[in-house]
Write a protein that binds this ligand. Structure first.
Ligand SMILES: [Zn+2]
Length: 375
């Protein structure tokens, strides 16, 4: 776009021109709803697959929603490049349930948006969603007051295996730190483990966000002590802070020290000195370019392998570890929500994996109480 903002769209295979309905939807997602560029990329991929399936099977895209069940089958076995699906016993799926659900979510958004414009008939909504009551929802998710609440529930969903993100233990973090081969990588590990940043927040950090000084008032900031700011921006590297509001995260000496060491390493690279981004390429081309979010996953796979951690430590597990450590140290839920940048404390609950020792001592504290007698 002339403004410099970018979004993804879907091109017609024959004419290589944007498909109008898809393009309208993706612009709406990017500019009307202020979603990230990466979201339009996911949605564009989903819509392209849906339109390809409609094309292959001769269906009208505006009314094909009634057959999403066969679309799911197609997604499971077709690469989506027009080759016919040959699936039989023992066929290898090309997409897993998680990927299929991501595609379905994008298609639902696309079709639901089209019904609001009138391009797609309204009955399609009832093919996408069913009305469910809240009896099968967890207590926290139900509305207040008595009586059942109703909500729209997606009709089509592939069963996903449950893979909760675990909590990285302090031992895991130490093992990762030991096998780091640069000050930058040590700083990244500590940034996630000691400040609980999301992967995208870490790669989106700018140098001006780092207030590692005792008194930041000269920088125009009144927050006391060393801290960093997580600011929502649209970044070149496809990353942005997920939270709508910015937050300041207090940091400890370990992180400040790791940053000092990283700055020395970073300044030795001429291309890096010109960049505003904190985390930049120092060891591969293009030198000095901001690290893309995926580079952090690669880094953690590499470090896990080197450290002999068989299950691999996912970057997000460090954020879980950070929240759990804060809880183990006595922080209450709304403090943890603030540290993680959650608007709602209930979002933080899934991040808490209490230390078994803390559970034991809670039980022992109860046991130590003297029996209460009347009189
Ligand atoms: Zn500040």
């Amino acid at each position: 776009m002339p403004s410099g903002q970018r979004y993804w769209t879907v091109l017609d295979e024959d004419r290589l021109a944007p498909v109008p309905a898809a393009d309208e939807f993706l612009r709406h997602v990017r500019f009307g709803r202020d979603q990230a560029e990466s979201t339009t990329r996911t949605y564009a991929g989903a819509v392209a697959l849906y339109l390809t399936w409609c094309g292959c099977t001769g269906r009208d895209w505006t009314t094909a929603a009634g057959r999403l069940g066969s679309f799911m089958f197609w997604l499971r076995y077709s690469p989506g490049d027009g080759t016919p699906v040959v699936a039989g016993p023992g066929s290898e799926p090309v997409r897993g349930p998680r990927r299929i659900n991501t595609v379905l979510a994008g298609v639902r958004e696309f079709l639901a948006h089209a019904t609001t414009l009138g391009t797609v008939p309204a009955f399609v909504l009832s093919q996408l969603y069913e009305v469910a009551d809240d009896r099968d929802l967890p207590m926290q998710a139900r509305g207040e007051g008595s009586g059942l609440r109703y909500y729209a529930k997606a009709r089509h969903r592939a069963a996903e295996p449950d893979e909760p993100v675990g909590r990285a233990s302090d031992e895991d973090v130490l093992a990762l730190l030991r096998v780091c081969r640069s000050a930058r990588d040590r700083f990244i590990v500590l940034l996630l483990a000691r400040a609980g940043l999301r992967r995208s927040e870490a790669v989106g950090l700018r140098r001006e966000d780092i207030h590692f000084v005792l008194d930041a008032s000269v920088l125009g900031c009144r927050i006391p002590g060393s801290h960093l700011h997580v600011v929502r921006r649209d970044n070149d590297n496809g990353a942005w802070a997920k939270s709508k509001r910015s937050r300041a995260v207090p940091v400890d000496f370990l992180l400040v020290q790791a940053y000092d060491q990283y700055v020395v390493e970073r300044d030795a690279c001429r291309e890096a000195r010109k960049s505003d981004f904190v985390l930049v390429n120092l060891f591969r081309a293009p030198l000095g370019a901001p690290m893309p979010p995926g580079a952090l996953n690669d880094l953690f796979s590499r470090l896990s392998r080197r450290a002999g951690l068989a299950d691999g430590v996912h970057p997000h597990a460090l954020r879980h570890g950070f929240a759990s450590n804060a809880a183990d140290a006595g922080a209450v839920l709304d403090e943890i929500a603030d540290l993680l940048g959650h608007a709602n404390a209930s979002s933080s609950e899934v991040y808490l994996h209490p230390d078994p020792q803390r559970l034991r001592s809670a039980v022992e504290r109860v046991g130590a109480l003297a029996p209460r007698r009347n009189g």
